[in-house]
Design a protein around this ligand. Sequence first.
Ligand code: ATP
Ligand code: MG
Length: 259
Amino acid sequence: MLIQLEKINKIFYSKNYKNAFWILHDINLKIDKGEFIAITGPSGSGKTTLMNIIGLLDRPTNGSLKIDNQEILLSMPEKKLTEIRSQKIGFIFQSFNLLPKLTSLENVLLPTVYTKSDQKEKQKLAQFILSRLGLSERINHKPPVLSGGEKQRVAIARALINDPEIILADEPTGNLDSQTGQQIIDLLKKLNKEGRTVIIVTHNQAIANESDRVISLLDGKIVNDNKNIQFPKELLKETNSNPPYDVIEPLDSKKEMNI
Ligand SMILES: Nc1ncnc2c1ncn2[C@@H]1O[C@H](COP(=O)(O)OP(=O)(O)OP(=O)(O)O)[C@@H](O)[C@H]1O
Ligand SMILES: [Mg+2]
């Protein structure tokens, strides 16, 4: 088990503690290494809060969280959480969150500040990742002159620089046109095929359909957790009108009774 949440609650209290707002309610969730998961749900259902808790950017009010079998204690200091996060988790945001005054290369190198690493090696690695993502011509450019898709690829490079096992993406295509968005999803899928666990928050049904598992949130609770059955695209194309599996008709109880 790579990620395990048990009875995770996030509660906000009004002044004087008169009212409590349950943003996440008794969330139980187990995620295995290598999964490709979509989290969906209406605005305000708690998706970002859940991602931020898994990504150690936010703390639950109570409950248990384990990342890679390590218990994340509520009492852990911020420094310790940052250390675990920078080793194990790469975060991608809807609004890219790049620093506008730094170049692509400098933005990608930001998470290495928290790790004990050889900066020269990391610089080489950052250049390699940026070029692998098709950005070799954009290494010394700053975010304001980059397109949306380029910015998100810089953000993905930044998420990859410490070689994390887990990639969390909160609506990564929300600010992109559909074609650029699809390229970003294809890239995340490729990273998943290489063994990384990918969790994407999305409002986009097509992206949810492409993932292995869809978790739906409503009012801070998991209301659905379904594994998608995936068929290779080629197979679906070949068979066209006939699906490559047996269609099981739902049992019609009235018909049964008439027999
Ligand atoms: N600091 C806070 N104080 C009080 N309420 C908060 C705070 N942060 C978030 N909330 C509330 O928690 C609920 C869940 O917010 P969250 O951002 O997780 O939703 P979401 O599912 O990501 O929504 P969206 O699809 O709009 O991004 C919302 O009702 C929000 O108003
Ligand atoms: Mg959100």
